[in-house]
Design a protein around this ligand. Structure first.
Ligand code: ADP
Length: 169
């Protein structure tokens, strides 16, 4: 039987419980999930590409225990559909939050489909508890001294605090 391979792309700056929830749901649907971390210079990420990849890898063991699915984390800088082809993925996974995500995602699907009609995009929604979480807001809350422990895994909370501490000095 051919393996169903999914690709979940994003900036993951940093990975949140919202991403975790989407990765977990996707792993229940495919045989192999490739989490593709975009360099995304335009977004001026707080964490380096290596740090973002490593923070996702650190939640891998926990997720692999829960699902009978291979999980790999890779960096990517090329076109998304080319990255999907490179990894033999036939389905792109994206998370949907409120209506604000819809417009952009709608355009992305159209463009990606025009470039490669064989790659399907699948949208998943996180558990209600995690739906409002956005990396951008988590960074802002942590920078201003708020508690982000409900929004990110423990090692990410530590990394965030260290990042802002080092920026102060
Ligand atoms: P991007 O720059 O591609 O938007 P992000 O890391 O912000 O990168 O998000 C990656 C994907 O995860 C996107 O599809 C986004 O909608 C989804 N996502 C992020 N946070 C959540 C959340 N709390 N619930 C559901 N999906 C989410």
């Amino acid at each position: 039987m051919t393996k169903r391979i999914g690709l979940y792309p994003g900036t993951f700056d940093p990975v949140t419980m919202g991403h975790y929830d989407i990765i977990s749901r996707a792993m229940a649907l495919v045989d192999r999930l490739v989490v593709a971390v975009a360099i995304n210079r335009d977004k001026g990420p707080l964490f380096s590409l290596e740090e973002r990849v490593s923070m996702i890898e650190q939640i891998g063991d926990d997720l692999r225990e829960k699902h009978d699915c291979e999980l790999v984390v890779v960096p990517f800088e090329n076109l998304l559909v080319h990255c999907a082809r490179e990894h033999n993925a036939t389905v792109l996974i994206r998370g949907l939050r409120a209506v604000s995500d819809f417009e952009f995602e709608f355009q992305m699907v159209g463009m990606n489909r025009a470039i490669d009609p064989e790659i399907e995009t699948m949208f998943l929604m996180a558990d209600a508890e995690y739906q409002a979480i956005a990396s951008r807001l988590v960074k802002e809350v942590c920078r201003l001294g708020g508690d982000v422990s409900r929004f990110v895994p423990p090692h990410v909370e530590v990394a965030l605090k260290n990042k802002f501490k080092s920026k102060e000095t």
